[in-house]
Design a protein around this ligand. Structure first.
Ligand SMILES: NC(=O)c1ccc[n+]([C@@H]2O[C@H](COP(=O)([O-])OP(=O)(O)OC[C@H]3O[C@@H](n4cnc5c(N)ncnc54)[C@H](OP(=O)(O)O)[C@@H]3O)[C@@H](O)[C@H]2O)c1
Length: 386
């Protein structure tokens, strides 16, 4: 089946995993929303995202399957002119909405990109449904919608609880996005994907996303850290998350449920083992002092709020944002997704040491290769074309 799929967030870290699978394993046509202003910028962005997965030669072979749609979630009608919006709505047979702002500190970014953006995506989905019927609308959410928790193991239907406070605007807006999808598209087959903390690829140590691993490495380089040694941390490998999103979204026979946790679940590693795995040769993991959690959180909140910007306030902000997610000892059962795709995530303890070391060596930066000129003759699906 050659389907036309409208996809957002494909130029991002997780989106690149799904896009790669779509390009290699299907013949679907992909309408790719990006804030790139021109086709050339869009191609650069796609290449930046896809070079983690493929050579430039393969990129040019597959490029014709991707149509760049310039737009912006935060703008009316997704930043498209009327004709483009109408065409995307009438051509899209399924919609995979991955894009979001992950800026946990900014109410404004989360409100505009996540809440307003998802509402605009739902409006487009509504038009597509009324025009020809949508096979599926999927929305990538996060396990952060579970709000403030302490030492829990949550299944999909237990995680969203309106009586709980949220850690940040990111979690709050993503929670309401789930609600909008359920309320406004009752007649469309919908899927909600909730990844937990996605870190690294189990097949190789390379990544293009460094925020979380830098936070973990910083934390576990300290002499002491306020966490229970046996606290579980739900870290999941990106290759499994991408595969699960791709297979469940694409194959209706696998999409038996409305919501999927894409997480390490009950197999999540505990803090002392993660610290050991990330410590690397010659480093000592921190002494774990759970009793200091409250005081540490208060201290880092204060430091993060200081007006000056320097290494200390940077670390303060990092901790303020990520501390709850590292210390809340809450994991998300992944049986639905594991069953659907017939495999479980790989334990972080297996691939984490090489991954953490590579990220340190790279100083948390990916060495992006520029996109070479399109070759004069490209091998498209086995045929040579100019
Ligand atoms: N990474 C994780 O650990 C994790 C964990 C749980 C959930 N998630 C969820 O997974 C999804 C993807 O996360 P990620 O880590 O891959 O993010 P990412 O690397 O930061 O990528 C963000 C993507 O969103 C797009 N985007 C952002 N704002 C946009 C806007 N206003 N208009 C159009 N596109 C916009 C970006 O596209 P352009 O820049 O090309 O416009 C980019 O493709 C998000 O929904 C996130 O909440 C991620």
């Amino acid at each position: 089946m050659t389907e036309t799929v409208f996809i957002t967030g494909a130029t991002g870290f997780l989106g690149s995993y799904v896009l790669d699978l779509y390009l290699r394993e299907t013949s679907a046509k992909l309408l790719v929303l990006t804030r790139a202003k021109s086709r050339a910028d869009g191609l650069e962005k796609l290449w930046k995202a896809l070079q983690l997965h493929m050579s430039a030669e393969t990129f040019w072979e597959l490029e014709g399957r991707m149509e760049i749609v310039s737009g912006d979630l935060a703008s009316p009608k997704l930043g498209m002119d009327d004709a483009t919006w109408h065409r995307v709505a009438t051509e899209s047979e399924s919609i995979l909405h991955i894009a979001a702002s992950l800026n946990r500190k900014s109410e404004k970014a989360c409100l505009n990109h996540n809440l307003k953006g998802t509402l605009s995506m739902i409006q487009l989905a509504r038009a597509a449904q009324d025009h020809h019927g949508l096979r599926r609308f999927a929305n990538v959410s996060t396990t952060a919608i579970a709000g403030k928790r302490w030492s829990e193991t949550l299944r999909e239907d237990e995680a969203l609880d309106w009586d709980r406070s949220d850690y940040d605007p990111y979690a709050r807006t993503k929670k309401f996005c789930e609600h909008m999808v359920a309320e406004l598209l009752p007649d469309v087959p919908t899927t909600i994907f909730r990844p937990s903390t996605v870190m690294g690829d189990s097949r190789h140590p390379r990544t293009t996303q460094f925020e979380m691993v830098q936070a973990f490495n910083t934390v576990f380089d300290l002499p002491a850290f306020p966490i229970r040694p046996t606290a579980r941390v739900d870290i999941v490998n990106a290759d499994w998350v991408g595969r699960a999103m791709f297979e469940i979204f694409r194959d209706d026979a696998k999409a038996k449920h409305g919501i999927y946790h894409l997480s390490a679940g009950e197999a999540s590693p505990v803090a002392k083992d993660i610290a050991q795995a990330m410590a690397g040769a010659g480093r000592r993991p921190p002494v774990m002092v759970p009793g200091l959690l409250g005081a540490t959180q208060t201290a880092f909140d204060l430091i993060a709020g200081l007006p000056q910007r320097n290494a200390l306030t940077y670390i303060g902000s990092l901790f303020k944002v990520f501390l709850p997610y590292i210390t809340f000892d809450t994991v998300f059962v992944n049986e639905r997704a594991s069953e659907a795709i017939g495999r479980k995530p790989v334990s972080f303890l297996e691939y984490g040491p090489a991954f953490a070391e590579w990220c340190r060596e790279q100083k948390y930066r990916f060495d992006y290769a520029p996109l070479p000129e399109r070759p004069a003759r490209v091998n498209v699906g086995g045929e040579i074309s100019a």
